[in-house]
Design a protein around this ligand. Structure first.
Ligand code: PGA
Length: 258
């Protein structure tokens, strides 16, 4: 059983085109052929970032959101086809900030996943519980609902190109990262749920990431956990040296893990 390893940076609403280009020019030099990194950049920076990344087989550029229909009267939205042409190879879907500030439902995220798959863009499905949900013992109910509704009608074959990021809402941007034990315990329950929805084989092959206040100092502990196959990094991906250090640390600890 081999699962792919992912280190994904999520810039959120940070970096102009110039800032993105400067970052990527520097950062891409730190990657080796074996060490891959993924960056979810703002829409405006997609095309220039992807053009630089093309020269470097180890850096993959993606988007942070998209709409589920191909085109139409949806002011302010961007389609999968547009992302693809701009050079996005993956897209974050269902990030808790989209759910919280833009009222995205599991049904909408489900439609986006199907659209991304049909355009050949790899979906990174983000799921996570709030602090109230965790404290009232509802974490797995919430995650199971997010999983089954977001993956509704997504067939087993398509799971080969889907990555799932577990991001407890209370750990995002708060500095309060989940302990590696909590992250592992939850990742293992997510894997059980995937096994129930699909099969043990599919579940065993799905890459599960942890996200929420990941930094150089704690990344090693997460990726050493059995069910965690990488990280989704917000704040700590904004500085090229820090993000390069995170990538290096993940790949070094992976060698120890396997
Ligand atoms: P953070 O964000 O690393 O700043 O907590 C993670 C995310 O939102 O993906």
């Amino acid at each position: 059983m081999t699962r792919s390893l992912y280190v994904i940076g999520n810039w959120k609403m940070h970096k102009t085109i110039n800032e993105a280009v400067n970052f990527i020019n520097d950062f891409s030099k730190s990657l080796t052929d074996q060490q891959h990194a993924y960056l979810a950049v703002p829409f405006t920076a997609l095309s220039p970032s992807a053009k630089i990344a093309e020269q470097n087989g180890s850096l993959h550029i993606g988007a942070q959101n998209m709409h589920d229909v191909s085109e139409g009267a949806f002011t302010g939205e961007v389609s999968a086809m547009m992302l693809k042409e701009a050079g996005a190879s993956f897209v974050l879907l269902g990030h808790s900030e989209r759910r919280q500030y833009f009222n995205e439902s599991n049904a909408f995220i489900n439609a986006k996943i199907k659209k991304a798959l049909s355009e050949g863009i790899q979906p990174v499905l983000c799921i996570g519980e709030s602090i109230e949900e965790r404290e009232s013992g509802k974490t797995m109910d919430i995650l199971n609902t997010q999983l089954s509704e977001c993956l509704d009608g997504v067939d087993a074959e398509a799971m080969a190109s889907i990555v799932i990021a577990y991001e407890p809402v209370w750990a995002i941007g708060s500095g309060l990262s989940a302990s590696p034990e909590i992250a592992q315990e939850t990742a293992s329950s997510i894997r059980e749920q995937l096994s129930a929805i699909y099969s043990k084989d599919i579940s065993d092959l799905t890459s599960l990431l942890y996200g929420g206040s990941v930094k150089v100092e704690n990344v090693n502990a997460y990726v050493n956990e059995k069910d965690i196959d990488g990280v989704l990094v917000g704040g700590a991906s904004l500085n090229e040296k820090v993000f390069a250090e995170i990538v290096k640390t993940v790949y070094n600890s992976r060698l120890v893990k396997s």
